[in-house]
Design a protein around this ligand. Structure first.
Ligand code: AMP
Length: 213
């Protein structure tokens, strides 16, 4: 099993959805920097106050702030048996800092979820999320009761950065800052590209097959 796994892929490619399910089925923590940052924003911590405006505009939060948060999270006892990282690293300095933090053992698996831009916009504008990370879509994956999470009964939200205008910016940043990381990990021969289109269950089966290795 590939216990130290991370997801790469443009916004809306399904990273959160499949990382959540992998985490649940294989019993290792799902570490999503987006979820962690949104929690800081809603709790109005110092970090949350610094991140809020950047996140809303689709920009990245400075590396140093995210790094500190991730290193602390990965040092907790439940992360000692592995983790699924989602949304981190997003820049080359973050990837290099993660490499050093993990030495001497590196990443086991990088899953690159691929989805065409034509699908991303439709997925993101229809996306609704629960504060605990469960992901829905108003048309393709609606909750049983409108606006309420099936799993924990929390109220579903439409993320403020899940709008057509902001998504364009987030996709552009993905291509310029994050996609080059595929090459960075490619050298370590741990990269698996997974077709993220089609039925969610089918995509998950492809993801889980890569994870089981
Ligand atoms: P996500 O939920 O992964 O789409 O992240 C939402 C937003 O949080 C991003 O658009 C960034 O503003 C911020 N963010 C999440 N992860 C990172 C990261 N690794 N580095 C910088 N900013 C991040």
């Amino acid at each position: 099993m590939k216990r130290r796994t991370l997801f790469l892929g443009p916004p809306g490619s399904g990273k959160g959805t499949h990382a959540t399910r992998l985490s649940r089925e294989f019993g290792i923590p799902h570490v999503s920097t987006g979820d962690m940052l949104r929690k800081h924003v809603s709790q109005q911590t110092e970090l949350g106050r610094r991140a809020a405006e950047l996140m809303e505009s689709g920009a990245l939060v400075p590396d140093a702030l995210v790094l500190e948060m991730v290193v602390e999270r990965l040092s907790r006892p439940d992360a000692s048996r592995g983790w699924v990282l989602d949304g981190f690293p997003r820049t080359m300095p973050q990837a290099k800092a993660l490499d050093s933090a993990l030495e001497p053992r590196g990443i086991d698996l990088v899953i690159v979820l691929e989805a065409p831009e034509s699908e991303i916009l439709e997925r993101i504008t229809g996306r609704r999320v629960c504060p605990l990370g469960h992901v829905y879509h108003v048309r393709t994956q609606p909750p049983r009761v409108e606006g309420v999470c099936d799993v924990d009964g929390e109220e579903l939200q439409h993320r403020r950065d899940d709008t057509a205008g902001v998504v364009t910016q987030r996709v552009a940043i993905y291509h310029s800052e994050t996609a080059p990381l595929i090459e960075h990990y490619g050298g370590a021969q741990v990269v698996r590209r997974v077709d993220g289109t089609g039925d969610r269950g089918d995509v998950y089966r492809r993801v889980a097959a890569a994870f089981r290795g």
